[in-house]
Design a protein around this ligand. Structure first.
Ligand SMILES: Cc1cc2nc3c(=O)[nH]c(=O)nc-3n(C[C@H](O)[C@H](O)[C@H](O)COP(=O)(O)OP(=O)(O)OC[C@H]3O[C@@H](n4cnc5c(N)ncnc54)[C@H](O)[C@@H]3O)c2cc1C
Length: 290
């Protein structure tokens, strides 16, 4: 059962941040509540004040930045909104498809992208893809605003580089160019993924010009796989190079123990999903005439 708490509804980012800063740990940001309220029901967290971010206008927009090469998603955008956004579907269909498979429709309808990222639960789907897309997260507080790269944001299990009074206002990433395909593969037998892999693949003149690989759900946070990316560069795409990259990922991940899968099994999944994601990216590139 929930304890006793107040809800305040600030009308600006500065006010929301100021309330949390003044709260001395007793006031926390509240978006969709899909993670927060579970912790509160289990009495793992007993904040005195919930600072409802849904009252702050303008934090749930989805659109291209001026110049049209960067997609920006407001932190209060709900999974369902992103899944259905015509802009996301057009420019990054892999993200729309990923969002359509997050949790269940009730969670997607209430849960926000900002809440997902700030909670830093290691089994986050969007975190893995946003890491591969080299997204940045905008954090704002009374002290000002800063952009933090996804690679620097996730620092451990449920831990981020965000200060308690910093509100995530948006995430943004450069749109992949026309020669780059994006793929995401995950394996799941229970509520959240057991392993997931996001890939960006650029092939020019029959050779891999660039590759990015991010692995999620396996360790305490999503990670890039630079050794596998380097091994792919300059090779012809195909079973041999994909198998070699998958092996590097399998050997390179640092799986954490949990009650669902063994660390060996997580390694196996990371390798297999890497190969599948590369194959899918390649097939999508070919179907678009690359
Ligand atoms: C049953 C279930 C299944 C799920 N399955 C999946 C899945 O398959 N894949 C997946 O990726 N996720 C999954 N999730 C996680 C889900 O995506 C998140 O619960 C949701 O996105 C969290 O957003 P929220 O708005 O509800 O956050 P809240 O619960 O409101 O907040 C979560 C945390 O983030 C902080 N916070 C929220 N917004 C901000 C902000 N803008 N700035 C700073 N701090 C903020 C809060 O203070 C709190 O600490 C699942 C969750 C549930 C309950």
């Amino acid at each position: 059962m929930l304890g006793v708490f107040d809800i305040v509804r600030p009308k600006s980012v500065a006010d929301a941040s100021a309330i949390v800063a003044a709260g001395g740990g007793e006031a926390v940001f509240y978006a969709g509540g899909t993670e927060l309220l579970i912790l509160m029901k289990d009495r793992l967290l007993e904040p005195a004040v919930l600072v409802d971010l849904k009252a702050v206008p303008g934090l749930d927009g989805i659109g291209l930045d001026p110049g049209g090469r960067t997609l920006r998603i407001g932190a209060l955008a709900r999974h369902r909104q992103i899944e259905r956004s015509p802009i996301v579907r057009h420019h990054v269909p892999t993200l729309a498809a990923l969002e359509a498979r997050v949790a269940n429709v009730r969670v997607r309808h209430a849960g926000t992208i900002g809440g997902n990222l700030c909670f830093a639960e290691p089994h986050s789907d969007p975190a893995t893809l946003l890491l591969a897309l080299e997204a940045t997260f905008t954090l704002e507080s009374e002290a000002g605003a800063r952009d933090v790269a996804a690679a620097d944001f996730f620092v451990g299990f449920l831990q981020t580089a965000r200060q308690p009074d910093e509100l995530m206002t948006s995430t943004a990433f450069p749109l992949p160019d026309s020669g780059t395909t994006v793929a995401y593969e995950r394996f799941k037998t229970h509520e959240r993924p057991s392993a997931s892999v996001a890939v960006l693949l650029s092939v020019r003149d029959g050779t891999i010009a660039a590759a990015r690989i991010a692995v999620g759900s396996v360790g305490d946070r999503p990670v890039r796989m630079p050794a596998a990316e380097a091994a792919l560069r300059g090779t012809p795409p195909g079973p041999e190079s994909f198998a070699a990259a998958a092996e590097i990922v399998r050997d390179g991940v640092e799986p954490t123990e949990d009650r669902f899968e063994s660390t060996d099994y997580k390694r196996h999944l990371a390798g297999t999903l890497t190969r599948r994601a590369l194959e899918r990216a390649m097939a999508d590139g070919e179907s678009h005439g690359r």
